[in-house]
Design a protein around this ligand. Structure first.
Ligand SMILES: [Zn+2]
Length: 399
């Protein structure tokens, strides 16, 4: 037995998930997702398999042949959640879990219609980084392990769903629509992402599109019209963009961050819609993550500086290619100042100002000051307070 990450029950001596097939029914009345998750294993296996869960109610678990799989849920750990130990029969190739999420699932933010711009329909978005995916899907929730996925998301028919994946169709039901997605590139589970709301989109280039609520979508399309140029500049620096599409979703104001680099669907705060394209540099940061972080990432949250540090470096290279050397120099100076301010605030000998942190017993947070909070508008504009994704992150250096 070898636990490989202080923030996961995943064990690298046990079977490993290679591909996820998710069926997620989004219930706005109950504020929960009724899920079926099929975990396809890398190779036929038997014996114990430990998954991460947080707040999930496990209804049933069956193996490839339809036989029941015995399982037990360990005691609740306030940070990790509960270990779900499956006892797989020999030769298992896939395992099906039926479950539903908790009303206060850490990954899920449920908005009432009044909290949206259109005021007519509810809204749901997820934030799985750093260790919240386990509150949405039972999984091996460590950045060390990667999965591909297929998802079918059923929502009320007036609403649309987007994910960190390629769209692959819509099925009509009775009063519902089911959106299909495929993610052929393997991702760590913290990059699972889902949003559901009254959404429209506008194409910005053959491979880039922006999604937003109808009242916002034109403004968003104007603000981010230059994204293709950014992608081309980034490719000139770092090589081909490997994720096929670069789509963006502009969220309601309660989205707690400037941006989140969910692959194929960057999530962005609406406070970037300044009307003068002055804040679109945040997109350069999230786009940079398409190379640094999303293609290769830190093994555990204790080495997160590798992800965010290289991304800030790549972001500045992209901005230099677009705006020139003087603007880049100013960017470095502002970054240096932000770093010095943070060190002064937390203390030069604080464990939080070390590059390599020791976070066992702490909730990992991945919101580093350079990329998330230096743009003051972002944090000051969050109107509905702390989101589900922020709950339980008392050690965050960003607040
Ligand atoms: Zn970042």
């Amino acid at each position: 037995m070898a636990l490989v990450d202080p923030h996961s029950y995943a064990d690298d001596a046990q079977p490993r998930t290679k591909h996820l097939r998710l069926h997620l029914a989004v219930d706005f009345e109950k504020k929960r997702i009724d899920g079926r998750a099929i975990l396809e294993l890398a190779s036929p296996a038997g014996g114990p398999m430990d998954l991460d869960t947080k707040g999930l109610t496990i209804v049933a678990v069956t193996a490839s042949g339809g036989g029941e799989v015995l399982f037990d849920l360990g005691p609740e750990d306030p940070i990790l959640g509960r270990r779900l130990r499956l006892k797989l029969p020999p030769g298992t190739t896939e395992v099906l879990l039926r479950y539903y999420t908790a009303q206060d699932a850490a990954a899920l933010q449920w908005l009432d219609p009044a909290q949206t711009e259109g005021k007519k329909h509810p809204y749901l978005f997820s934030q799985c980084q750093a260790i919240h995916a386990r509150s949405m899907v039972p999984c091996q929730d460590t950045a060390r392990f990667r999965v591909t996925y297929h998802a079918e998301v059923t929502v009320p028919e007036a609403l649309s769903a987007v994910m960190s994946a390629g769209p692959s169709g819509v099925l009509k039901g009775k009063g519902t629509r089911t959106f299909l997605f495929d993610m052929p590139q393997a991702i760590p589970t913290y990059l699972l992402a889902l949003a559901v709301g009254e959404l429209e989109s506008r194409d910005l280039s053959p491979r880039a599109r922006v999604w937003a609520e109808p009242a916002t979508v034109e403004k968003a399309a104007w603000e981010f019209a230059g994204v293709e140029e950014m992608i081309v500049k980034a490719e000139g620096l770092f090589g081909p963009y490997d994720w096929d599409r670069y789509d963006m979703l502009v969220l309601p104001p309660s989205f707690p961050y400037g941006g989140m680099e969910n692959p194929r669907m960057t999530f962005l705060t609406p406070t970037l819609l300044a009307g003068d394209r002055s804040l679109v540099d945040v997109v350069a940061h999230e786009l940079a993550h398409s190379w640094t972080g999303n293609l290769v990432t830190n093994a555990t949250s204790e080495h997160f500086w590798l992800n965010e540090g290289f991304t800030v470096w790549a972001e500045r290279r992209i901005l230099e290619a677009i705006h020139g050397e003087e603007a880049a120099t100013l960017g470095w100076a502002l970054g240096q100042k932000a770093l010095e301010d943070s060190i002064a605030r937390f203390g030069a000998d604080s464990p939080l100002t070390k590059l390599r942190t020791h976070l066992e017993g702490s909730t990992p947070t991945t919101r580093s000051p350079p990329c998330r909070t230096r743009r003051g508008r972002v944090s000051s504009s969050s109107s509905s307070g702390r989101s589900g994704a922020l709950r339980g992150t008392p050690s965050s250096p960003t607040t």
